[in-house]
Design a protein around this ligand. Sequence first.
Ligand code: CMC
Length: 423
Amino acid sequence: MNGEAASLRIRGSEIELCVRAATLGQDVLDVGKLVASDVFTFDPGFVSTAACTSALTYIDGDAGILLHRGYRIEDLAAESNQLEVAYLLLTGELPTASEFEAFRHSVLAAQAVPAGLYDVCRALPADAHPMAVLNTLSAALAAFEDLAMDMADETARREVAIKLIAKMPTLVAMALRHQAGKPLTEPEPNLDYTANFLAMVLGNTPDAVVVDAMERILVLHADHEQNASTSTVRLSGSTGTNPYAAVSAGIGALWGPSHGGANEAVLAMLEEVGDAEHIDAFLARAQDPDDPFKLMGFGHRIYKNYDPRAAILRASCHEVLESLGTVNSPLLRLAQALEKRALEDDYFVRRKLFPNVDFYSGIILRAIGIPSSAFTTIFALGRIVGWVAQWNEMHRETLKIGRPRQLYLGPGPRAFVAMPDRA
Ligand code: CMC
């Protein structure tokens, strides 16, 4: 037994378990042996369950701390960039200058997607939601790729990870251009990763302020340990499916308003609130147990403190809007007033509900010209790095298919009744 001993007394017998030590944060009770005693754990929503080990990302939700491979998100957002964070998450270390250059070169060289994928995109309805387009394109990419790979081969996994990180900006740009009814664009390998993405979306070379703002947004979304979409990528990847299919499953999970779809919902909510004088009515709705409305961009399963990403974006919002000459944006003022009122409200204080990453990101994205219905595709663009890094980490271990159990509450065995005899 490796770790502190623990025991569980059930139905008169004692089951010996062990506590596995974390390098940071909570230790976990290893319940893997329970099955031998014919009993499972029940934990809907996985609120008390770790499904894997990981050395990528650490969150201290009470203190509002987020680390990637031990590096603070505040330092990465200020000093680093998305490709460097991708290298860090994939390999465990920050790259030297030559390592970074080689990595950057291999990503930039792999950004083009097959011509047939452009035909797939054009065949989709003009008013399709950008997340539907992105999900289709990422799944369709599998149809154009050589899927024969040995998942245990580290080099093959790294190559496919680079391909996915490289092609995601192209796919997201295609989704955005399709939505705008504009001709689809191709990557420009002479531009850097983020500048190239924006150039594909906007159709021109973007302003440095806009590139910096987008870079920060991507870094802040790069990884967030075992969130719903990442867990979906892992669960789906655990079957040995190809990584394009696993990522496509993750995109589907990200779309929901409780997860990545919240950034789109925040803007819709702010527009519905419209004016500071309506804030109290919306806060009252959010507290009404009979109203499904929630304050979008507020609350988090892990953070019971200010989400550090939201704090960075709040400051970034000011800087970006100031540089773009729109710092007096009514939307920003309304968001700040809403945040202030919510943080003073006993309901939110008692439940430790703070702004999350989605609260301010939409205001920046809108200021740089991204329509709100496409916000979640930007989240996916940032998160592709975490998805492939987690998928890669998972395949380093002997693969065990993810297969949760259930507490069965249905009927017992009964005799089949032929249709004419049914009441
Ligand atoms: N507005 C009003 N009440 C809330 C909110 C909110 N945004 N979030 C949580 N609560 C209440 C919830 O009703 C519950 O109250 P009670 O104890 O009276 O039943 C209590 O706070 C605890 O919440 P929970 O639903 O048990 O928390 P959870 O961990 O299951 O859900 C969440 C987390 C993020 C899904 C939820 O806070 C939420 O729906 N927030 C709004 C959507 C949102 O902003 N999502 C983005 C999350 S961050 C980006 C990402 O990682 O995807």
